[in-house]
Design a protein around this ligand. Sequence first.
Ligand SMILES: [Zn+2]
Length: 246
Amino acid sequence: MGPVLSGLTKLQSVENRLRVIKNKLARCRRSVILQENQVRTLTNSLEAKKEEIQLTKVQSDRLELELKSRDEAIAKLRASLNSAKTNKEYAAVLTQLNTTKADNSKLEGQILDLMKDIEADEAECQQIEEQIAEQKKTLENTRTESEQQAVKHQAEIDGIQKEWDQAAKDVPEEALHIFKRVAETYDGEALSIVEEQEENSAVYSCGGCFMSITPETVNLLMTKDDIIRCPNCTRILVLSVTGEQT
Ligand SMILES: [Zn+2]
C-alpha cells in the first residue's frame, strides 16, 4: 500500500475512534434531555389536571347557585301553601313544591358527584407532584453524572482530534477532501475494504455496500497508490485496513 492509501487508512482508524467518543458524548447529553422531557411531560399533565379541576369547580359553583335560588323558591312556595285560600290552590302549590324539591335533590346529587371528581383529581395531582419531585431528583443526578462524563469525553476528543490533524497532514489535499466528503455521507466510514467473496475465488465485492468489484480494480489497488472509489457507494476502496497487504 502506497503512502496515499496507507495515510487514508491511518486517518480512517483515527476517525473511527473519534466518532465513537463523539457518539458517547452525544448519548451523554441525550440522556439529560430525555430526563428533562420526562419532567416536562409530567408538568404538562399536572397543569392539565389542575385546569380540569378548575372547570369542575366552575360547574359545581354554578349548580350551587342554582340550588340556592331554588331553595328560595321552596321557601316562597311554603309561604304560599300556608296562605292558600282554596283546596285547589293548595293542591297546585303543593305539586309545584314537590317538583321543585325533587329537582333540588337531583341537583344536590350532581353537586356531590362533582365534588367527588374534584377530590379524585386532587389526589391524582398530588401523585403527579410526587412523581415530578422524584423525576427531578433523577434528572439532577443524571445531569451531574453526565457533566462529569462530558468533561472526560471532551478531553479524549481533543486528544484524538490532535491525532486526526496529525494523520491528515500525511494525506494529500485532494485525497483528504474526498475522504471528508465520503465520511460525511457514511457517518465517518470513508474507506471500504474490498472483500473476496470466497477464498481464492477472485470474485470481489465492496465491504461497504456489497456490490461487486472487478478484478481489474483489485489489480490497480495492488499496483498503484490511487484513490479508486466504489462505483456504487463511492467509498474509497482499499484492500485492507491494517496496511499490511500491498
Ligand atoms: Zn460500495
